[in-house]
Design a binder for this molecule. Structure first.
Ligand code: ATP
Ligand code: MG
Length: 249
């Protein structure tokens, strides 16, 4: 097992409850309703990957080579990747937006087959010399949700989602990558609160993700991120903001 490295989310509060930042060799899930900030967090991660100040290596065992010229893959299933937003966030950090765009492979997936294929192709990108260190799937579940409707299709959907998660997990482990997935929420009946929100994908997604967040909207540009069900971190909440600069405290 290689030594993990971390990437800042942009928010010190959010980094703090993650024990430093997004962690390599694991999958971090951000679930929440529309406008809660999932896509913004994903954009910010691509920008921060190109900024030396936002990559954290807390020991000497991660070689310089390991993180030299890092690149990201952004699998976009909803058509919400915005180059101009990347440029805006990059400028706020004083880095070149074009450099971020040049080092971010954006793959627009129109269905779940394309989405899965793109994830499988990342291995080839790496073999041909691209140092892929960040993989984003935004959103993980929307294509699956659209294509596999009804109870009768649930088993098939879950099986396919499980295969997809396995591919992502393998990339994270084998190549010391950070994987970020976004997810929708659905309402389910809850014994205590009447209705509770839950991330899509059930146990298949839940068990494959190392860090799970629920995002909710606060006042104005404030957002609340709740970390839950992590195997080695306590449940915790962080407040961050989304402004024209990007994600920050
Ligand atoms: P969905 O479920 O629809 O995909 P999401 O969780 O991905 O939603 P985001 O797209 O990440 O939501 O968040 C959108 C919000 O981010 C906007 O409502 C706005 O508050 C904020 N935002 C986006 N771009 C900017 C910007 N350039 N300046 C300031 N705030 C912005
Ligand atoms: Mg989004």
């Amino acid at each position: 097992r290689k030594t993990v490295w971390r990437l800042s989310t942009g928010s010190d509060e959010l980094n703090r409850i993650l024990n430093g930042g997004l962690e390599s060799q694991s999958i971090t899930e951000f679930a929440g309703v529309f406008g809660s900030g999932k896509t913004q967090i994903a954009h910010q991660a691509c920008v921060n990957l190109q900024c030396e100040d936002t990559i954290f290596v807390d020991n000497e065992w991660v070689s310089d080579e390991e993180l030299a010229n890092p690149k990201a893959v952004y699998i976009d299933t909803e058509g919400t990747f915005r180059p101009e937003r990347i440029t805006q966030m990059a400028e706020a950090l004083g880095i070149d937006g074009q450099k971020v765009l040049d080092n971010t492979f954006v793959a627009r997936a129109y269905n779940s087959d394309m989405q899965m294929l793109f994830a499988e192709k990342i291995e080839e990108l790496i073999k041909s010399g691209n140092n892929i260190k960040l993989v984003i799937v935004d959103s993980l579940t929307s294509t699956f949700r659209n294509e596999y409707t009804g109870r009768g299709k649930l088993a098939e959907r879950q099986q396919k989602l499980g295969r997809h998660m396995a591919v992502l997990n393998k990339l994270a482990d084998l190549h010391n990558c950070i994987v970020v997935i976004t997810n929708q929420v659905s309402a389910r009946p809850d014994a205590f609160f009447g209705v509770a929100e839950q991330a899509i994908g059930g146990h298949i997604v839940g068990h494959a993700a190392t860090f799970r967040f629920f995002l909710r909207k606060g006042k104005g540009d404030k957002r609340v991120a709740k970390l839950y069900d992590s195997p080695h971190l306590p449940d915790a909440e962080a407040i961050f903001r989304i402004t024209e600069k990007g994600i920050h405290d």
